[in-house]
Design a protein around this ligand. Structure first.
Ligand code: SF4
Length: 196
């Protein structure tokens, strides 16, 4: 886990670590990083690295239907009166509740870890780029479920490992091999993976 805080810097040579590169470019507009890791990328990384690679190439096929079926689509309507949309650096778009917590709304809890990783990435980004500590809440309004999410040291490590994993995947010249998952049949890229 990194122990740097927002605004700190040093004069050492640039690091190759994707986490360091992300933070350096987020804190200093003059520093370019080819990869802009988004919350949705973090979600796809946890769902399927092959799907992440396709998505990083802007290969989109019937995305809405697949996302609805798997509960990964963002729900724009729920809690709309209680949350404000906030965009940071044009990379991170979050919803903030009146009490300051960051909310991520999903229609289904079918894939809870990807949604949790996405939300944790927002909390991590807020902490390390803007210096703001916030807790989060993951909401599934159709199931009347809410879960508090906290950026513990273990969760920070999960986020940073995932950032490195995302960059490793999307910098590859070809996609990772398909591995069968319970939700492949509802995936937009099914024909790319399993049609002979
Ligand atoms: S069909 Fe399965 S293996 Fe292929 S991209 Fe989708 S989730 Fe991944």
């Amino acid at each position: 886990m990194i122990d740097d805080t927002a605004g700190d810097g040093d004069d050492t040579a640039p690091s190759d670590d994707p986490v360091d590169r992300l933070l350096a470019s987020a804190r200093d507009e003059s520093i370019e990083d080819d990869v802009h890791v988004t919350g949705v990328m973090m979600q796809y990384y946890e769902v399927c690295t092959r799907e992440l690679w396709f998505d990083s190439r802007d290969i989109e096929i019937d995305r809405d239907n697949a996302a609805v079926a798997r509960g990964t689509r963002v729900d724009d309507e729920a809690y709309s009166e209680k949350r404000r949309h906030v965009s940071i650096d044009g990379t991170i778009a979050i919803d903030v509740l009146d009490d300051g917590r960051v909310m991520e709304v999903k229609p289904s809890s079918a894939l809870v870890d990807p949604a949790k990783l996405q939300l944790l990435y927002y909390l991590w980004y807020l902490k390390h780029v803007t210096g703001v500590d916030r807790d989060g809440v993951l909401a599934h309004p159709r199931e009347r479920r809410r879960e508090d999410v906290e950026l513990t040291p273990e969760n920070e490590e999960w986020v940073e490992d995932a950032i490195r994993g995302v960059v490793d995947v999307i910098e590859r010249d070809s996609p990772p091999a398909p591995t069968e998952k319970p939700f492949c049949e509802s995936c937009a890229y099914y024909d790319f993976c399993w049609s002979c």
